[in-house]
Design a protein around this ligand. Structure first.
Ligand code: FE2
Ligand code: FE2
Length: 242
């Protein structure tokens, strides 16, 4: 059974710990006039996630299924959600919609342009297209302006069966995760490109107060510092030689 924690008013973190990966997989439910789920999750985790959502709202009322990039933990159970929730539509970047989702999905996606804004009721959202941050040319992030909530996908991700929320630095944990992949087929999980710092800086400039990562504790506090510290770590570990 997935674990449910309210990490900000009407924002629920639904976490499943996968022991074999020593990794949490989190989805987020944002309860508003138009309920939004961020990360459809893997197909094999769908039943647990649906039951967790049902503790809070009727899952068939979900309106939007958003995600950063096309990948099993982000979008695997998309069609299961669309079948369960007849009003639901996928939501992702234009690249994500046109390259993957509109072929994979049983319903067409709403493709968001960089900087596009929308409301789900009282919450106001802005979309940022951030190719290759964390990975994939379709990658993007949603920011909710009234609560300073950044739905940040694999950004600030870290291993372990950790608490739902932390105010501590997670960047060293993230460094440990990324460097542990060296020499394995999973290396280059998060590339450092000439555009990485610029994308991260745009997110840091928002000064998020809650950074809701897919893998690990939601980071509450000074999101700008956390993101800039992460950028420095990525450059140190994966950037060009100084
Ligand atoms: Fe990913
Ligand atoms: Fe992920």
């Amino acid at each position: 059974m997935a674990r449910v924690d309210e990490i900000a008013p009407d924002v629920y973190r639904i976490s499943t710990y996968a022991k074999s990966f020593n990794l949490q997989f989190c989805q987020f439910l944002i309860v508003d006039d138009e309920p939004l789920i961020y990360h459809a999750g893997m197909r094999r985790m769908f039943d647990g996630m649906r039951d967790a959502v049902a503790q809070i709202i009727d899952p068939s009322t979900v309106r939007w299924i958003g995600f950063s990039h096309f990948e099993a933990d982000e979008s695997g159970a998309l069609n299961e959600w669309l079948e369960l929730a007849p009003q639901a539509e996928p939501m992702c970047s234009i690249v994500g919609a046109e390259v993957n989702v509109n072929d994979f999905s049983s319903r067409k996606a709403r493709g968001l342009a960089d900087g596009e804004t929308f409301e789900t009721g009282r919450f106001r959202w802005r979309f940022f297209h951030t190719p290759q941050v964390p990975h994939g040319w379709d990658a993007g992030h949603l920011f909710e302006e009234t609560q300073g909530l950044l739905l940040c996908s694999d950004v600030l991700g870290h291993d372990g069966d950790v608490p739902a929320i932390t105010e501590d630095d997670v960047v060293e944990l993230m460094r440990g995760q990324l460097t542990s992949y060296r020499g394995t087929p999973f290396d280059d999980y998060m590339p450092y490109t000439p555009h990485t710092t610029g994308h991260i800086e745009r997110l840091a400039h928002l000064e998020p107060r809650v950074c809701a990562t897919m893998h690990g504790s939601t980071v509450r506090g000074d999101g700008a510092t956390a993101l800039r510290t992460m950028d420095r770590m990525l450059r140190e570990e994966f950037g060009p030689p100084e």
